[in-house]
Design a protein around this ligand. Structure first.
Ligand SMILES: [Mn+2]
Length: 433
């Protein structure tokens, strides 16, 4: 076979959809499926046997292959039995992938972009070429699109994914079929795993994020562990959950991570552990490591993760106008008016002792009180935050204590102040570059 299209092992719907779409774009090429597909894909394929039939990798001759088109992955190790092509020098590799970090395929032709689902990239190409697709194809493509974007809800979803979904519905994609095959494979075995995970559930606070770790030894092969971890995340109500599965006797640890918040990138954590994934979901397989050690590694990665992403120190304002504790209220009122701010930290011999906000002036009843020192009216229960924390941690603290600003303190000194609107601006992506 001169031209071959293939995709990653443990083929999911996005990968299968991309394989089928690529076969429309490259009619001369033969689509080849890895031997392992995930359980939902397996049942979809057996149901649609007459429509989607592909040779498996052990049924094709790679001797004459000169062009390899790879979809939904960028790494040799995720392909099934294509190693013999690795060293062939007249081979042209072409890649369609939406995983943001490059793998080692080093394609001559690359169609890579960070979209929520890979199928979105292929739908764009099919539409440009005005290739019509059948309702059955549209249904498969939509299953892939929904699977990889969590029904368009994962933070990695982009506008084009949603437009592509609209196009597929217009092409008569069947939602009841999509739902039937996407409905998670949650059976008796999965239920047992979930119950055990919940028994061992541990919640930890790491860098302002609530993280759940569930550890379990599983005997033999349990399918759909990712579905279980997703349910575990919802039930224990954390920002991210990790299932650490020791497979009995083989000394292997399977790690599955799911995140419900932006800023905690599961994919980059998993890549550090030798695996891969997306911002919201990923997995890795480690050899000869105990789950406790893996938990330690993940904890450190989440702590380190903050260094690479936006911190409170990037959003805070400085220098900060402060007042001394003895300053009369009349002067503070003038200062607030002049600076146009709604609150000020109060210092006593350089140390933060309180915060005065505009609201506190309501407690002034007599004119004479304007001569009283600010320390009599300030609130002394001061919440502060360190410069290295995440904007999310700052926002949480403000919501919890119903306050609009947090002094940023390092080594006992105020180095800045972060306000609710600083956080809002960040979360709504209005930060200037
Ligand atoms: Mn994908």
């Amino acid at each position: 076979m001169e031209q071959i299209i293939t995709t990653h092992k443990n083929t999911d719907f996005d990968a299968l959809a991309s394989l089928v779409a690529a076969s429309l774009l490259y009619p001369e090429a033969v689509p080849v499926l890895p031997r392992q597909t995930n359980p939902n894909v397996k049942s979809f394929l057996s149901f649609h046997k007459d429509i989607f039939e592909f040779p498996r990798v052990d049924q094709v001759d790679l001797g004459l292959t000169r062009r390899l088109i790879v979809v939904d992955t960028n790494a040799w190790c995720r392909l099934d039995r294509f190693d013999s092509l690795k060293k062939r020098d007249n081979l042209i590799v072409e890649v369609w992938d939406h995983h943001p970090d490059g793998g080692d395929l080093q394609p001559a032709v690359s169609h890579c972009e960070a979209t929520g689902a890979n199928i979105t990239l292929l739908i764009r190409a099919l539409r440009e070429r005005r290739t019509l697709i059948t309702p059955v194809q549209a249904t498969l493509f939509l299953a892939g699109l929904y699977e990889d974007t969590g029904n368009l809800s994962f933070p990695s979803t982009c506008a084009e994914d949603a437009f592509a979904a609209g196009y597929l519905l217009d092409r008569k994609a069947d939602l009841s079929v999509v739902n039937r095959f996407l409905s998670p494979a949650y059976g008796l075995k999965q239920k047992e795993v979930l119950f055990e995970l919940l028994k061992s559930a541990r919640r930890k606070k790491i860098n302002g994020y609530r993280i759940g770790f569930g550890k379990l030894t599983v005997k033999g092969h349990v399918e759909s562990l990712a579905v279980v971890v997703r349910m575990y995340l919802d039930i224990v109500n954390v920002d991210a959950a990790f299932g650490l599965f020791e497979t009995g006797g083989q000394g292997k640890c399977i790690v599955i991570g799911r995140s419900a918040v932006e800023g905690l990138n599961i994919g980059s954590i998993m890549r550090c552990l030798g695996g891969g994934g997306h911002p919201a979901a990923g997995s890795a397989m480690l050899n000869d490591v105990k789950p406790d050690a893996v938990e330690g590694m993940i904890t450190e990665l989440i702590q380190g993760n903050q260094q690479a992403s936006v911190q409170v120190s990037d959003l805070m304002s400085y220098p900060v106008t402060c007042v001394e504790a003895e300053t009369p209220m009349s002067e503070v009122a003038q200062l607030l008016r002049r600076k146009g701010c709604t609150g000020l930290p109060v210092l006593s011999s350089g140390k933060l002792v309180g915060v005065l906000s505009r609201r506190d002036f309501k407690r002034l009843h007599k004119q004479a009180q304007l001569n009283a020192p600010v320390k009599a009216f300030m609130s002394k229960n001061v919440q502060t935050i360190g410069p290295g924390h995440s904007p999310l941690a700052a926002a949480r603290l403000m919501v919890k204590h119903d306050i609009g600003r947090l002094p940023v303190v390092q080594d006992g000194r105020i180095i800045g102040i972060i306000t609710r609107s600083d956080c809002m601006r960040y979360f709504y992506d209005l930060l200037p570059d």
